[in-house]
Structure formats: structure tokens, C-alpha cells
Design a protein around this ligand. Structure first.
Ligand SMILES: *Cc1c(COP(=O)(O)O)cnc(C)c1O
Length: 227
């Protein structure tokens, strides 16, 4: 595919997604500005990210620190207002680098990671905003704090990090109706007075918006299937 075609395709996809977000907000009686689109660029080359930046997109998500570090610090020189979220399960030994490069870590899910983030933030001289990831389906292979422990862990995290804890994130089990999971997260957010809910991906972001998502993480529908 020529660069021009790739640019056009990504621009058109972004416009279509923004349009669908606006309409989902209308149906839910919400303001479109209350929902931000996280463009998930994992496995896609830096050229695809640049195409999205050229189309006005500024907020991106990556699930591996190494890969994010190879793309984004360079792009920040040209686009100082870009924002990067780490959205994948985070190893403790990657926490320091995540603190250095990310504006938000969406995957805080255990005390050992809180320790590493605290240390990493001291080293980096900056602490990103944080979301607590909840394993709403209690799936053994998935990161996220188990449902049962989610309230206690969120409270402890709020004590530790204060207002840097912005909200909650979840990835519902594949092949299940996601709405009960989105609703669980929404109610949890209300209990803790947390404004940010990161939920909804290419296949279900409109349902997430109906349940008050404020961040939707969309990859495939913008960049195509992952190489
Ligand atoms: C890959 C990924 C996404 C994007 O998924 P798509 O189905 O491609 O939109 C969203 N959230 C997380 C945590 C991911 O790892």
C-alpha cells in the first residue's frame, strides 16, 4: 500500500470512529467531549502513528513498554501535545520506564506494581496518572485485580497515590455480553468517586459509551488488523 493510501485509510477510519462516538454519546444523552478516543497502535509501525497524528489524533495506547519507548519519545519532538497511555499488563521491572514515557498507566493491578511505580516515579521524576485495572470476568490469564479485591485495592491505591488515581479500566471476557462488566466498573467508579472509566474496544465501544465510558481504546477499527 502506498503511503498516501495508508494515510487516507487511517484518516477515514478515524473520522468514522469519531462520528460513531458522537452518535453513541447522543443516544446516551452525553456530551461528545466527555469521551476520549485512545488510538491503540500496538504492533503497528511508527508510520501508522504518524498518519493518525496527521489526521489530528493525539492520544495513543500501547500495551508493551518496550514498543512504546521505540516509537513515542521520538514523535513527541514533533508533536509535543501527544499523550501516551500504557494499557497492557505491566511487569514490575518495566514500571520505571513506563513512568518515564507514559502520561497514564491504565493497568495498576497489584501492590508489588504500586511499589515499583512509586520507585520508578522517584527515579523518573514524574508520576503518570493511573487507572486501576479490574479483572471483571475473574479470568486467570488476564491482568487486573480480581473483583473481590477490587474495592480494597482501589482504596489502598487512592491512599497511596491520591488524585493521581484517576479511575478504572477493564477488558471484558471475549464472547460474553460486555454490558454487565461495563456496568460493574461504572458502579465501582461511582462508589469511589472516580471520574475516568476506560472501557470499550473496536467491537464494543458504543456499548461502553452507553455505560459512561470516558476513554475508549480502539485499535483494529483505526489501524486495521495487527501484523
Ligand atoms: C489491543 C487492545 C485494545 C484494542 O483492541 P481492538 O479490538 O483492536 O480495538 C484495547 N485495549 C487493550 C488493553 C488492548 O490490549
Amino acid at each position: 500500500m502506498s503511503d498516501l493510501t495508508a494515510q487516507n485509510l487511517i484518516s477515514a477510519n478515524l473520522a468514522a470512529i469519531r462520528n460513531r462516538i458522537t452518535r453513541a454519546c447522543e443516544r446516551a444523552g452525553r456530551a461528545a467531549e466527555d469521551v476520549s478516543l485512545v488510538a491503540v497502535s500496538k504492533f503497528h509501525p511508527i508510520e501508522s502513528v504518524e498518519a493518525a497524528l496527521n489526521a489530528g489524533q493525539r492520544l495513543f495506547g500501547e500495551n508493551r513498554v518496550q514498543e512504546a519507548a521505540s516509537k513515542f519519545p521520538e514523535l513527541r519532538k514533533t508533536f509535543p501535545d501527544l499523550r501516551l497511555h500504557i494499557i497492557g499488563g505491566l511487569q514490575t521491572n518495566k514500571a520505571a520506564e513506563a513512568c518515564q514515557i507514559a502520561d497514564m498507566i491504565e493497568s495498576l493491578d497489584r501492590p508489588s506494581l504500586s511499589d515499583s511505580i512509586e520507585k520508578g516515579a522517584q527515579k523518573a521524576g514524574r508520576l503518570p496518572e493511573l487507572l486501576v485495572q479490574v479483572n471483571t470476568g475473574d479470568e486467570p490469564q488476564k491482568s487486573g485485580v480480581p473483583r473481590e479485591e477490587a474495592d480494597a485495592f482501589t482504596e489502598a491505591s487512592l491512599k497511596r497515590f491520591g488524585p493521581k488515581i484517576r479511575g478504572l479500566m477493564c477488558i471484558p471476557p471475549e464472547g460474553e455480553d460486555p454490558t454487565p462488566h461495563f456496568r460493574f466498573l461504572r458502579q465501582m467508579g461511582q462508589r469511589h468517586g472516580l471520574p475516568v472509566l476506560s472501557m470499550g474496544m473496536s467491537a464494543d465501544f458504543e456499548k461502553a459509551i452507553a455505560e459512561n465510558a470516558t476513554l475508549v481504546r480502539v485499535g483494529t477499527a483505526i489501524f486495521g488488523s495487527r501484523p
